[in-house]
Design a protein around this ligand. Structure first.
Ligand code: PLP
Length: 406
């Protein structure tokens, strides 16, 4: 059995921490370096024209074994892609300059003019805008459905539906669609592909491809990078689908920088250990918030009070570090609470080692009317907290003192 196969997750011969550290890596690297070097180069040169001609012939047969030009990848990108593919249990992966580059390139690669998308109604705002504002200009229509509503999904599917896009869990209220049943329904009714944005879950907590999804997307800016220091995206799936996405990626050109690919590999090596801590902190903080008299609602799929708790328990092995909650009080009280926090920083993003608190109503959704925000579940009292890997006791003590200001 080849080393690569032995390391594949499917045969479960290696655990996730071992895969995080060693997955996708050749043991033999240039000059016996233990880490993958940063190939800071825009081009890969030929030693003779004959070598170039040979390469071009192999490339047209899909058999090229070397690199050519930076926009088409480098050994640093390849190692990041292999590692993500192995962690996700996929045949192939492709990295991008941002999560949005992954979402938009994948959708544009799979959907053509006159075709249709079904999208969960709770998705990252820019994904929603892409489907609602940008894609209609190219003759692509989107129907939004409540993420976990399979009947609504069935009604929305059309013969020309080319893609169904869901987040799992969703941003920000952490709803958990049933991926296996969604995949069955989609594949029974049309030829659409099921795309799952698994950014909040990571391959440690959720295995969308094993449940029947066709393509898994990540903003690696979040947990996969893990240190609040890179922007990037990834798509993983069958070689055939990733090749299809790669064909368009060559034109759109949203390429990850080589240094970023290196930092991504470095971040991925600790993915399993970090996720265990994020899961532990998320659950401890959610339990604390759910019991606190100044908290109205706590959204965390690991709490029995979350509407998708049972599904999450069945489908996921951990629930992540993001906890969303609504305070009892007005916008001023929310401001006092957030300004009093001393461990979480205030700002967008999530999934890094530093905790981050965010107020969606005044930041991402500030351009919508109060009515539109309420329809999307984004109340003035809603706060999204991304628990980092600090000590849970310290995070809870900090929340406790800040809640006194409410
Ligand atoms: C679920 C989800 N998908 C995609 C994105 C976009 O990722 P990026 O910011 O890396 O472009 C985000 C960003 O917050 C996100 O939360």
């Amino acid at each position: 059995m080849s080393k690569k196969r032995a390391r594949g997750h499917k045969d479960r011969s290696l655990g996730f921490s071992t895969l995080s550290v060693h997955g996708g890596q050749d043991r033999q690297k240039p000059d016996d370096s233990i880490t993958t070097p940063i190939f800071q180069t825009s081009t890969f040169v030929f030693r003779s024209l004959a070598e170039g001609v040979r390469y071009a012939r192999l490339r047209s047969q899909g058999k090229a074994t070397r690199f050519e030009y930076g926009r088409y990848g480098s050994p640093t990108h390849r190692d990041a892609e292999r590692k993500i593919a192995e962690l996700e249990g996929a045949e192939a992966a492709l990295v991008f300059a941002s999560g949005m580059a992954a979402v938009s390139t994948a959708l544009l690669a799979l959907v053509s003019q006159g075709e249709h998308i079904v999208c969960g109604d709770e998705v990252y705002k820019k994904t929603r805008d892409l489907c609602q504002v940008v894609l209609p200009r190219f003759g692509v229509e989107t129907t939004f459905i409540p993420t976990t509503d399979l009947r609504a999904l069935k009604r929305a599917l059309r013969p020309n539906t080319a893609a169904v896009l869901l987040e799992c869990p969703t941003n920000p209220r952490l709803f958990v669609p049933d991926i296996a049943r969604t995949a069955r329904l989609v594949h029974q009714h049309c030829s659409a592909r099921l795309l799952v944005d698994s950014t909040f879950a990571t391959p440690i907590n959720l295995r969308p491809l094993e449940l029947g999804a066709d393509l898994v997307i990540h903003s690696v800016t979040k947990y996969l990078g893990g240190h609040n220091d890179i922007l990037g995206g990834a798509a993983t799936g069958s070689k055939e689908l990733i090749d299809q996405v790669f064909e368009l990626h060559k034109y759109l050109g949203a390429v990850m920088d080589a240094h970023c690919a290196y930092l991504l590999i470095r971040g991925l090596k600790t993915l399993d250990v970090r996720m265990r801590k994020h899961n532990e902190n998320g659950l401890a903080v959610a339990r604390f918030l759910a019991r606190h008299p100044k908290v109205k609602t706590t959204y965390y799929p690991g709490l029995p009070s979350h509407p998708d708790y049972r599904r999450a328990r069945r489908q996921m092995t951990g629930f992540g570090g993001v906890v969303s909650f609504e305070l009892k009080g007005d916008l001023k009280a929310v401001g006092r609470f957030m300004d009093a926090l001393t461990i979480p920083y205030l700002g967008p993003s999530l999934g890094g080692v530093e905790s981050l608190a965010y107020h969606p109503a005044s930041l991402t959704f500030n351009e919508l009317s109060a009515k539109e925000r309420t329809e999307l579940g984004i109340t003035d009292q809603l706060i999204r907290l991304s628990c980092g890997i600090e000590d849970a006791d310290d995070l809870i003590a900090d929340l406790k003192q800040a809640l006194k200001r409410v």
